[in-house]
Design a binder for this molecule. Structure first.
Ligand SMILES: Nc1ncnc2c1ncn2[C@@H]1O[C@H](COP(=O)(O)OP(=O)(O)OP(=O)(O)O)[C@@H](O)[C@H]1O
Length: 259
């Protein structure tokens, strides 16, 4: 135990975190804990600070104040690629893929960011040799996991928005994510595919021991899959609990319905 927290139990501990933009208190003293192998929801109305919190945790913004302990390491203020290599990976509302590479190449390329892998330069020339062959097999396995095998040869522009999200997820898996911060995984996706995405998340937790912190506006889907929910409003955590508790919390109902 360090600083009173059990880091065997919690993969992420955020403590008293602040991020202001001039007078806007985007993140205003947030504390939360993410247990290993859990699926945690982060909800709140538009502009409540959820994306900013993700950006600070993933290193895209430096916090003004506060601690962010990932896997026992204080990562507050570290560079995004360092945090990524440690296994804390965020996805975006609009997936960020290399547009000139196929789905397969996008997923394979994520191995380059892994600690200890040295495939730069040789990536595509020596693909079918030794280590590269192993990595290619691994990439195909993750593509199969997210059910994109039929489009693995296609460019991102020629697949659907939902498939792009799945490709981005496969990239994170290829990069050996331990904790995934998912920003609206079901936005713009039909309800059937949205549920399939969440079922995939559930399998990644149960079969691979991964942990998820998920921003999602579609609460009717999110609440079926999460263990625990944090609610943000005006930069602060204003409620937390099991989904059924949060759904009945008067503070939450007031924020969503009463404005
Ligand atoms: N780079 C920035 N510069 C200035 N203000 C910002 C910046 N990023 C976010 N904000 C402001 O911080 C506040 C929180 O925004 P944020 O995007 O984090 O909310 P959110 O909960 O993710 O909203 P949404 O659900 O709509 O994505 C908003 O008032 C927003 O305008």
């Amino acid at each position: 135990m360090k600083g009173g927290y059990d880091f065997d139990k919690y993969i992420l501990v955020v403590e008293d975190l602040y991020k202001y933009f001039g007078g806007i208190r985007a993140v205003d003293g947030v504390s939360l804990r993410v247990p290993r192998r859990s699926i945690i929801g982060l909800i709140g109305p538009n502009g409540s600070g959820k994306t900013t919190l993700f950006n600070v945790v993933a290193g895209l913004y430096k916090p003004d104040k506060g601690r962010i302990i990932f896997d026992g390491v204080d990562i507050a203020g570290r560079k995004p690629h360092e945090i990524y290599k440690l296994g804390l990976i965020r996805t975006f509302q609009n997936p960020r893929l290399w547009t000139s590479l196929t789905v397969f190449e996008n997923v394979l390329g994520a191995a380059e960011n892994r600690k200890g892998e040295n495939i730069a330069g040789a990536l595509f020339q020596r693909l079918w040799e030794g280590q590269e062959r192993k990595l290619a097999g691994e990439a195909l396995d993750w593509i199969d996991f997210v059910e994109l095998s039929s489009v693995d040869h296609m460019l991102p522009l020629n697949i659907s928005g939902g498939q792009m999200k799945l490709a981005e997820l496969a990239r994170a898996l290829m990069a050996r994510a331990k904790l995934l911060l998912l920003d609206e995984p079901s936005a713009g996706v039909n309800p059937t595919l949205a549920r399939r995405i969440f079922e995939g998340i559930e399998r990644l937790r149960s079969e691979y021991g991964l942990t998820f912190l998920i921003i999602e506006h579609r609460l009717e889907i999110l609440f079926d899959f999460v263990d625990y929910v944090y609610v943000m409003h005006r930069g602060k955590i204003v409620a937390e609990g099991k989904p059924e508790e949060v759904a009945e919390n008067p503070v939450v109902l007031d924020i969503y319905l009463g404005g």
